[in-house]
Design a protein around this ligand. Structure first.
Ligand code: ZN
Length: 372
């Protein structure tokens, strides 16, 4: 069982440490989105230096390219991408169900690759096998994303997610037994709580997932901070306290991180911070700015004077503006370093504020300035 120590609690919020075979994650923590075994525009050295503790890769993308066998041949995800810290994989359910041509049966999901149209089929069992081959420390169960926000669709998808969870748990146990026999390192399974915006469904899903006794929990299908507090309160009051919880795909807005942590989530991941960086949308404590704006042409101050990332310590807004206007690759690199560092360090500060009994004060001050 994955080891998770809780150092401090305040309401549903907690500060803890997840112990993985590749090292510890101090929580709450922002996990870098390394969809295709890379965080876009950043090297693993840069990720390490900006303070990232863990990355999350996407099974769907890795099945298509380079194929999980190649990653296994390399010695697993951490070796393959040279990230010698904790790793997660998402099952890829979200990406597969977002494809245009998906055929879902109780047995499996059939889809065409978005790259070359090749036919693929994934079952809960094959998703577990792929994730074990990729070899991340923490896996997500293969879940079914509802086709609409309609309650009937949500309920159907949630129940299938639960039936698939049974199959994931069973397959995971087989794979874990084999790994143990071969003296390979342990890998851990998170069940994924679904149910959309319906609190009764969320409660049912949390109860079901908890009953399967996984190593931790992913909370999926959350897209906005609106109503997230109530939903997380419902879910995290039901989930066992002593197991870690990952809020899937959330963390683009600082508000997501504050609400997520306040209502009991331990880790977060989101492609938003680096995606926005590549478009020139950069975080500051006073909200996001668009560095491509003409007003930064002659601004020789750093993006944030109190940020200790490589970008802010060495470069001015005028320089960043120039790099973006001339479409230099370095623009995306420096901007991504800053944005990723921003969400990682805000989450670290949330952790510290809980330890210092100062969370509510930090939240109020931060959000008032950021969303003025
Ligand atoms: Zn910075």
């Amino acid at each position: 069982m994955l080891k998770f120590d809780i150092e401090k609690r305040e309401g549903l919020a907690r500060v803890g440490v997840i112990h993985t075979p590749h090292g510890d994650i101090k929580t709450p923590a922002f996990v870098g989105a390394a969809t295709r075994a890379t965080v876009k525009a950043l090297t693993m050295k840069e990720m390490n230096e900006l303070g990232s503790q863990a990355i999350l890769a996407n099974t769907y993308h890795l099945i298509l390219r380079p194929g999980v066998e190649l990653i296994q041949e390399a010695g697993g995800l951490a070796e393959f991408c040279s990230w010698h810290k904790p790793t997660f994989t998402d099952s890829g359910g979200f990406q597969i169900f977002s494809l245009p041509d998906v055929k879902i049966t109780e047995e499996s999901v059939k889809f065409k690759s978005h790259i070359d149209g090749a036919n693929f089929e994934i079952t809960p069992e094959s998703s577990m096998q792929a994730q074990w081959a990729i070899g991340a420390d923490i896996h997500m169960a293969f879940d079914h994303l509802a086709k609409s926000e309609d309650k009937k669709d949500m309920e159907e998808a949630m129940h299938r997610t639960h039936r698939w969870l049974d199959r994931c748990v069973e397959e995971n146990q087989k794979l874990a037994n084999t790994a143990k026999k071969n003296h390979e390192k342990e890998q851990y399974l998170y069940a994924v709580v679904q149910g959309g915006t319906f609190n009764d469904l969320r409660a049912e899903s949390a109860e079901y997932c908890a009953s399967k006794n996984p190593d931790g929990f992913g909370i999926g299908g959350v897209f906005t901070a609106e109503g997230m507090d109530v939903m997380l309160k419902t879910v995290n009051s039901i989930l066992p306290e002593d197991k870690p919880r990952h809020l899937l795909g959330m963390g683009q807005e600082p508000l997501d991180l504050f609400i997520g942590a306040e209502f009991g989530c331990d880790t977060f991941d989101c492609v938003g911070p680096t995606r926005m960086a590549r478009n020139g949308s950069l975080y500051t404590y006073d909200g996001r700015i668009n560095i491509k704006n003409a007003k930064y042409t002659h601004d020789f101050t750093p993006l944030m004077s109190d940020c200790d990332c490589e970008c802010c310590k060495n470069y001015t807004k005028a320089y960043l503006h120039h790099l973006f206007k001339t479409d230099e690759i370095t623009a995306k690199v420096l901007a991504s370093i800053h944005n990723e560092h921003f969400v990682v360090s805000v989450t670290d500060k949330i952790r510290q504020s809980i330890l210092d009994d100062n969370f509510q004060n930090y939240k109020k001050t931060f959000l008032a300035r950021y969303y003025h």
